[in-house]
Design a protein around this ligand. Structure first.
Ligand code: NAP
Length: 300
């Protein structure tokens, strides 16, 4: 285990998980778990671990996916399965890491990057020769919750604070509020499922900062709701993508996707419209996606 400020632990005989959790709870250092000092450099620690699998979960870097990409590259080059929930690795490193994994006979899996444990990427691996024409939905739970709380009467700051209190929003929620999280997720879906490299800066992006309580009240009076909608579509040979607040009426499927619930809808040449809806998400569902990836990687 390597962290930035909570120490690092390396033991070829395995780590005591209960003890590791207790160390974290009491704010001590994971260094205590190592029989001898673990390498300070994370790449060196990965190489020295002799592990069969690496779970990579550092914070997302929207600009270049680092240092996560180099961690995964090192794991794959050392014949480890590499599993991540980090979206930056997909939008900035997918084809390279995928080819590297194939060369070393292991897997690079990333199910939890979009909608946590919902089996999007693993389902599509079972759906060959299908052409996607569009992707559409509400991919970010924090902004959906904030919009629902605004409708219930909270101020913007109260709604964000509530999202942080229940563990959905980050301490710095700007990645969610300004639409970056939805943009990186739609870019990951395009990159993998439409087989077209796409980075978050290619997504036309507007967040929800400009939505005022007055706008919410007016929409409510008209029987409508604001939603932060992510959309990707084909225009000839090109793929375009946008994340922006949209006013939806009660006949839209999005109208009843509220609070922390999220949805994605895929339109394809053979299956028409196919949707996934996720309720009650959280770290546990993300952890499940990582575990499922691991089991699937080993099983395959
Ligand atoms: N939380 C979720 O439900 C969720 C859902 C889907 C995807 N994800 C993705 O999963 C990843 C982790 O999310 P999180 O919420 O667990 O983030 P987090 O709470 O910020 O944890 C990140 C961890 O990475 C460590 N770290 C940071 N920089 C590092 C570095 N350079 N080398 C080694 N370790 C480093 C941190 O160490 P310290 O503890 O010392 O700071 C911390 O332990 C992110 O990419 C996120 O987008 C999370």
């Amino acid at each position: 285990v390597a962290t930035r400020t909570h120490g690092r632990a390396l033991n070829p005989d395995g780590l005591d998980l209960e003890k590791a959790l207790a160390i974290m709870e009491f704010g001590h250092s994971l260094d205590e778990l190592s029989p001898s000092a673990a390498p300070l450099d994370s790449l060196e620690l990965i190489r020295a671990s002799g592990a069969d699998v690496m779970f990579e979960n550092t914070p997302v870097n929207y600009n270049d996916g680092q240092p996560a990409i180099s961690y995964i590259e090192t794991a794959l080059k050392n014949n480890m399965q590499a599993i991540t929930a980090n979206k930056g690795t997909v939008v900035h490193g997918y084809s390279y890491l995928q080819a590297l994994a194939a060369e070393h006979g292991v897997k690079f899996f990333f199910e939890s990057t979009v909608m946590d444990g919902v089996p999007i990427f693993s389902s599509f691996r079972q759906l060959p020769v299908m052409g996607l024409t569009s992707i559409w939905g509400i991919l970010n739970a924090t902004t959906n919750l904030v919009l629902s709380r605004l409708e219930a009467g909270d101020s913007f700051d109260e709604a964000v604070r509530y999202s942080q209190e229940i563990g959905i929003a980050e301490t710095d929620p700007s990645g969610d509020i300004d639409g970056w999280d939805a943009a990186v997720k739609v870019a990951a879906l395009i990159t993998v499922l439409m087989d077209h490299p796409f980075t978050p800066d290619m997504v036309e992006r507007t967040g929800i900062r400009s939505i005022t309580p007055e706008m919410i009240a007016k929409a409510k009076a008209e029987g409508k709701r604001y939603k932060l909608v992510a959309h990707a579509w084909k225009e000839g040979e090109k793929i375009k993508a946008r994340v922006s607040p949209e006013l939806v009426s009660s006949n839209s499927i999005l109208y009843n996707i509220n609070g922390t619930t999220t949805i994605v809808q895929f339109e394809s040449d053979v299956l028409g419209k196919l949707s996934f809806i996720e309720e009650d998400l959280g770290p546990r569902t993300t952890a499940y996606g990582l575990l499922a990836d691991f089991v699937n990687a080993v099983r395959e």
